[in-house]
Design a binder for this molecule. Structure first.
Ligand SMILES: N[C@H](CCC[C@H](N)C(=O)O)C(=O)O
Length: 270
């Protein structure tokens, strides 16, 4: 069975996007793992199905590269919105359904895609760490030597710690740079550092807001590129009107045979 796909990257966080509005594609965990594999398959941090949804322009189903369906993906949502525009599903503004509810998106003057994220109504803060959910669960930790952090080792320790081992959590390390918040992220379900993590960037930006309850625009520099998070701070626990703004770039399109020898050979490595 051949499937067509588009490969996208959003600030270096990369995804395989497939139009499944006819609902004919059913993939097993191992097949998604293979498609995301950077040696035997196409290679990506995640896999996204575009679906139809009553009352919305489309719907989003997100899978991490471990092949398992997961929670909201901010960069993936932005790439899917661009893909849907390319398919002619919207022009000025779109609304789509994801696992954490409805989202809106629009294209900014500079070509970026702005994605409306769900409100945040609780942040657990301790000394240099905060835990919050921006559509996916995130732990955010301050550091003053971000470029020296062993993100994979330190991220794994926290992600598999007793508190987080069962559900998992994404682990973000942040440092205040000259003109932007600097961030690196260990992503649950990729189980490695990714070049950007949209829901993580959103979480970190909320924490970078000042004491005042007002609107903020926080520039964020991830290893894979620049983004900006815009939001209204109500108080230290409540944030609303949150928009994740950044690039969503098509890289190539192709088709792949789900019964290929490469898949059989990949299975031998599991
Ligand atoms: N790995 C995340 C989902 C993707 C998040 C990230 N790619 C983003 O852009 O938000 C999780 O399982 O919670």
């Amino acid at each position: 069975m051949q499937i067509s796909f588009w490969k996208y990257e959003g600030a270096g966080n990369d995804f395989i996007l497939v139009d499944n509005r006819q609902g004919e594609i059913q993939l097993h965990t191992e097949q998604i793992q293979w498609l995301c594999d950077r040696h035997f398959g196409i290679g990506a941090d995640g896999f996204i199905l575009l679906l139809s949804a009553e009352g919305y322009d489309f719907a989003m189903q997100y899978f991490n590269s471990d092949g398992r369906e997961s929670t909201m993906c901010g960069n993936g949502g932005r790439c899917l919105a661009d893909f849907a525009a390319r398919l002619g599903l919207w022009k000025d503004r779109c609304s789509f359904l994801a696992i954490d509810g409805p989202h809106e998106a629009y294209r900014m003057e500079n070509g970026w895609i702005a994605l409306h994220m769900k409100d945040v109504a609780s942040i657990e803060r301790s000394y240099d760490t905060a835990v919050l959910n921006t559509g996916s669960p995130h732990l955010v930790k301050y550091t003053d030597h971000l470029d020296q952090v062993d993100v994979k080792t330190e991220g794994r320790k926290i992600r598999y710690s007793e508190r987080f081992a069962s559900e998992g959590i994404n682990v973000n390390f942040i440092e205040y740079g000259q003109d932007a918040l600097l961030i690196r992220t260990y992503e649950r379900g990729v189980e490695d550092e990714t070049l950007a993590c949209g829901t993580g960037i959103t979480a970190a930006a909320l924490l970078a807001a000042g004491h005042e309850a007002r609107s903020y625009r926080i520039p964020v520099q991830a290893r894979g590129g620049r983004l900006e998070v815009r939001f209204k701070k109500i108080d230290d626990q409540h944030f609303t009107d949150i928009w994740l703004c950044g690039p969503a770039t098509p890289v190539f399109t192709g088709s792949i045979d789900l019964t290929s020898t490469a898949f059989q050979e990949f299975l031998q490595t599991l």
